[in-house]
Design a binder for this molecule. Structure first.
Ligand SMILES: C[S@@+](CC[C@H](N)C(=O)[O-])C[C@H]1O[C@@H](n2cnc3c(N)ncnc32)[C@H](O)[C@@H]1O
Length: 268
């Protein structure tokens, strides 16, 4: 199979990636046959997977708008994904041009494509790093250049923690990322949950992602809410993502099928 220009030499295009599967759910074009096959397998287990991804992405966009309105001008977006419609820098810099954004992702395609669309944007950068090595993220030269830790920061961990199993110490790594933040900073976090889903569906989904090399940690609402330790939750708290400050009244209804649970917390 021919390797397209946007695919770095280092990636294995015969193995699905969670980032490229998510790109496919969102209707993007940075995915290969192997990703589409894995995503289709997932769609046969959970037919509404594309809608679930769109709802999570819409939550992210609403949260960024909320944060800009709250005065935040710095965004550290970890597990940022392959760029899609309404990226963090587009929303934040569209509303407040001085905003700075650092995207961090483990996936080489996500980072390469982010760098491509950020060309000429001196207030945004993309870094390839693993959230399980938070110290390396905080010490990265691009993070130190664009993020002033004396000012509030929006730490965004949207749709990622279900790729961090308990044995990798998710609470500890979030503590490390919170440590340099000043009060008035925010955490935006959502994660795919297993809450209320049939056992068979959970195990089929787990198998699909295990084969992609990214095993799923499907947590319930209480565990996801626990990731906000140290933060005061912004209303309405930790909810199905469509219920988080929907754009129009009623548009968050029927949200319990959303799989993603998330919220926004303010550092006290
Ligand atoms: C479901 S997508 C979420 C993308 C975006 N944050 C959003 O919510 O629309 C998950 C992203 O997390 C990234 N990811 C998975 N494990 C990671 C890790 N250990 N460190 C950093 N990024 C990771 C994947 O590569 C993928 O781009």
């Amino acid at each position: 199979m021919r390797r397209p220009d946007w695919a770095p030499e280092t990636i294995d295009i015969e193995r699905p990636s969670a980032a490229r599967m998510y790109d496919y759910y969102l209707g993007g074009s940075h995915n290969f046959a192997v990703d589409r096959a894995a995503a289709q397998a997932m769609i046969s287990v959970v037919p509404e997977s594309p809608l679930i991804a769109q709802a999570n992405r819409a939550f992210l966009r609403r949260a960024v708008r909320f944060l800009v309105e709250a005065g935040v001008r710095q965004f550290l977006d970890i597990g940022s994904g392959i760029p899609t419609v309404g990226n963090v820098h587009e929303i934040a810099q569209g509303l407040a041009p001085e905003s700075t954004v650092v995207y961090v992702d483990i996936d080489p395609v996500a980072v390469a494509h982010s760098r491509q669309i950020l060309r000429g944007n001196h207030q945004a950068a993309a870094v390839q790093e693993d959230i399980r090595r938070p110290g390396r993220i905080l010490d990265h030269p691009d993070v130190l250049k664009l993020i002033d830790f004396n000012q509030p920061v929006a730490l965004m961990v949207v749709g990622v923690m279900h790729f961090v199993p308990d044995e990798d110490g998710p609470a500890e790594l979030l503590d490390t990322l919170r440590a340099p933040l000043v009060p008035g900073s925010y955490l935006v976090l959502s994660a795919a949950s297993g809450e209320g889903r049939p056992e068979q569906e959970r195990s089929d989904a787990a198998e699909i992602y295990r084969r992609a090399g990214t095993p799923l940690a499907q947590r319930g609402r209480a565990a996801i809410a626990g990731f906000f330790d140290g933060y005061d939750l912004v209303e309405p708290g930790v909810v199905w993502v469509p219920e988080w400050r929907p754009d129009s009244p009623g548009s968050g209804e029927g949200a319990e099928g959303a799989i993603y649970i998330g919220g926004v917390g303010r550092l006290r």
